[in-house]
Design a protein around this ligand. Sequence first.
Ligand SMILES: NC(=O)c1ccc[n+]([C@@H]2O[C@H](COP(=O)([O-])OP(=O)(O)OC[C@H]3O[C@@H](n4cnc5c(N)ncnc54)[C@H](O)[C@@H]3O)[C@@H](O)[C@H]2O)c1
Length: 337
Amino acid sequence: MKRVLVTGTAGFIGFHLAKLLLSEGFQVHGYDGMTDYYDVTLKQRRHQMLLQTPGFTATEDLLENHDRLMQVADEFQPEIIVHLAAQAGVRYSLENPRSYIDSNVVGTFNVMEVARQHKVDHLLMASTSSVYGANEEMPFTEVEKADTQLTIYAATKKANEAMGHSYAHLWDLPTTMFRFFTVYGTWGRPDLALYKFVDAILDGRPIDIYNHGDMYRDFTNVDDLVRGIRLLVDVPPVRPASADEIEDGDSLSPVAPYRVVNIGNGDKVRLMDFVEAIEAAVGKEAIRNYMPMQMGDVPATWANTDLLQRLTGYRPQTDFKDGIAEFVDWFRDYHGK
Ligand SMILES: NC(=O)c1ccc[n+]([C@@H]2O[C@H](COP(=O)([O-])OP(=O)(O)OC[C@H]3O[C@@H](n4cnc5c(N)ncnc54)[C@H](O)[C@@H]3O)[C@@H](O)[C@H]2O)c1
């Protein structure tokens, strides 16, 4: 089975992806710097679980350490690279923008260099729905212009897309960029709304509801998301002979084996419906603290997932109420609450 180098395996999405790949018999090497952006114990627990699975090995180091990353690749000889490690989080990018430049711009460049030198079959890298920025036309489609990023987080991810395109073009490196939409699920991130809300409701603390609740998100269940990534691994973009070959709605570049693909649920959920589903799953009402819109935030996201379906025959469909109930069960079990 193929060897896949996955960055960010101690993180939320990387952990779930590694589990899925290992269950299918892939050999996976995880690379993660265990940064302290949120509780490192949670990251260690995720990695410990993976390390109990045959086929998984790991290195703990930063992406910025180019020599180490290259040494790991020289030893492991990856055929596929899935690059998920990043400084994530929209809000934190107002507080500590430099960490986004270091991890996302420098770090991603180092991963691309490894992919180029090892001539991998397919490089797949995480971007975000935040690159759609101030776009108002919804649902968001990959072929639309996305030039109005509102935060440094989004700007570094847009930069990654441009960097990825150049290497795909120059070195004939098949590259897929994913745009993920608000991912949630078990083993989730403590800085994201679902985790924070469940924690606060169980403790009887108020929850902050931004833009007075007038917000919409395309919430994507992590199991669905990693299924989408897994299927895209098998669909490396092929450089078209001419632009005429590109079908309508396909984001394939006319000059490179390069494509951007949304992975979302294809549905926009009202924040207050999300909160009510959490209350129902927890069995307790939230104390609601209505707040204005946060700087750099957007009122709505909503993915067009036609391209994902066309390429893989798959589109995420988990109902957010089922996904929330599953998360609450995990949270209670994990924290003994
Ligand atoms: N979760 C979401 O809703 C969402 C939405 C859109 C895009 N994304 C993107 O998906 C990817 C995975 O996100 P996640 O939710 O799993 O986040 P996460 O923070 O849980 O995982 C990222 C992992 O990368 C590691 N990391 C960070 N900087 C590093 C560095 N410089 N060197 C080495 N390792 C480093 C961290 O230790 C962490 O374990 C990220 O690229 C993120 O930007 C996530």
